[in-house]
Structure formats: C-alpha cells, structure tokens
Design a protein around this ligand. Sequence first.
Ligand code: G3H
Ligand code: 13P
Ligand code: ZN
Length: 313
Amino acid sequence: MHYSDFGLTNTKHLLTRALNNGYAVPAFNFYNMETLNAILNAAEQTNSPVILAVSESALEYMTPDILMGMIRGAKYKKNQVALHLDHGHSFESCKHAIDSGFSSVMFDGSALHLSENIKLSKKITDYAHKFNVSVETELGVLAGIEDERTFTKKQSYTNPEIVADFVKQTQTDSLAIAIGTSHGLYKRKNENEKLRFDILKQIATNIPKIPLVLHGASTIPQKFITKINKFGGDISFARGISPAQLRQAITLHITKINIDSDSRLAFTSSIRETLAKYPNIINPREYLTTAMNAMTQNCIDEIKNIMGSSNKA
Ligand code: G3H
Ligand code: 13P
Ligand code: ZN
C-alpha cells in the first residue's frame, strides 16, 4: 500500500511549509502502541504536524506488519503526519521501508567516504521519488552513543563548502547536519557549551531552500533524571541541548528536530514512579497508560516551548 492510502504525508510537504514559516516539525521516535499514541495525542492536543520516526532496530522490534497495522488503526489529522525511517543504513533498508508504506526515509551515509555517500544517497532518492517519498541524507558525523560517557569528540562538523554540491548531486529533500549535538543522554560537559551556530549559518546561506535536520537534539529534562534516581534508577550527569539553543537553530533553517531520549526518560521515569508508589500493581495497562500520558505531556511541552509548531497542522 502507498502511504497516501493511510492519510500520511511526506516530510518534503511538512518541512517546506515549516521552512517558509519559521518553525520546526518534531520527529519523535516510537517503538510500540503506547509511544505511537503518545506522539499522536500530543500532535492532536497542540494541532501540530508531526513526524513519526522509526529506527531500523525499532522496526525490527515491532515488525513491519504490526507497525503498519497500528498506523492503519491510529487516529490522526490527514496530511499532517509523516512516517519516517530514522537512520537507514543501506539502500535495501530504505527500499524496504518505502515498499512497506513509509512516506519518508533517512539514508545515513555520514560514516561513508563522501563519494560513496553521494552515490548511495542518489540511488535512494531515485527510487524514493518515484513514489513521492521524501529523502533525508546526512553530511558530518555526530558523536555516537559509544562516546556518551567519555565525551570523546569523534564527531566531524558538516563542511559548509560542500553542502550545495552534495544537494545538487543527490537531489536530497532535506539534509541532516552535525553542529555539535550527539545522540543519547550525555551531550554536554557543561551548561555553557554552545552549538556551532557559525557553521549552521554558513550552511543555511549556501543551501537556503533545503530544510535542515538536527539529530541528537534532546534537552534531557533534569526532572526525569531526578525521578528515575529517586525511584531506584542510576543515571548521573546526563545533560542535553537547551531549548533556547534549539529555538535559535530554528531561526537558521533547522526545520526537523529529532527527539528520542527525552521520550524514553519521560516514559521510564513514570513507570519507575508508578511501580514504586503502587507495589501491588501487576497489570501492565495501568503503568503503561500513565507512562504514555507522561510522554504525551513531554511531547506537548517540547512542541510548545521549542518547535513553534502548535496550530500549524
Ligand atoms: O538516533 C537514534 C534513535 O535514538 C534510535 O535509537 O536504534 O535504539 O532505536 P534505537
Ligand atoms: P536524542 O538521543 O537526542 O533524542 O536524538 C534522537 C535522534 O537523533 C533520533 O534520530
Ligand atoms: Zn538521529
């Protein structure tokens, strides 16, 4: 089935509108029915467009059939929701998502040699565009999860000098860039560490019509860390990107902001709290509903405080 049969739209549609109007569309990751509904409930309550992001490992966890069954049964505003493959690592992975009904795919060739990244990105845009599926590609490397505790800067920032040629050669619809964010809970040594807005500005100047994407953008609200530790968890010095810096990035053409860790924190801290406070609970529906609502609230907060996408659906 094609994604339009589900009432989904592609990210080119959502992001072009965001770029022209100065806001960002949130891309929230999900892995099951509760996290999917948490995102859709937040989108409904804020009247915001939203990108439902599924990583390769989340797709394997849910299986394509169960995922598409949930999408078929879910309730959302027509043409305001995209289903997006997050960090596809091969042509086959992107093709599989497109053939399954995704409306958007990311090809993450950031670790490849530039010529190989261009070659594979173009192969994927050629295939995706036949079905009006949007493609996000990446230039520059984010520090990986492996680096989170050591803060090793294995990342390489995106080179603004090559972005125009990359876009022209690959025909990509949006571009993920590296300006100092990283995936996971440990993004910052201290509060004052700034993203490389100088690089972002040059990229936005060189490719003014291309929506830019920020991965690793979770803010890591400390209230969730405190709650997790209070109720039996053990997480120390996790620190994210400040909402103020994310809002500044939006003024420089960041139009898709990827959030996963914040949702995990909202969800998990809620489960820890419920199980600690009510030791007799054994019905998963009870603590999963509370956790879903906690994630919805966090998505709403981020839509309102960061994205500026309320009432844009
Ligand atoms: O960018 C990565 C996302 O947080 C997905 O992570 O592969 O554990 O689902 P995952
Ligand atoms: P966080 O780990 O900062 O939530 O990043 C998520 C992400 O980039 C998904 O692609
Ligand atoms: Zn990412």
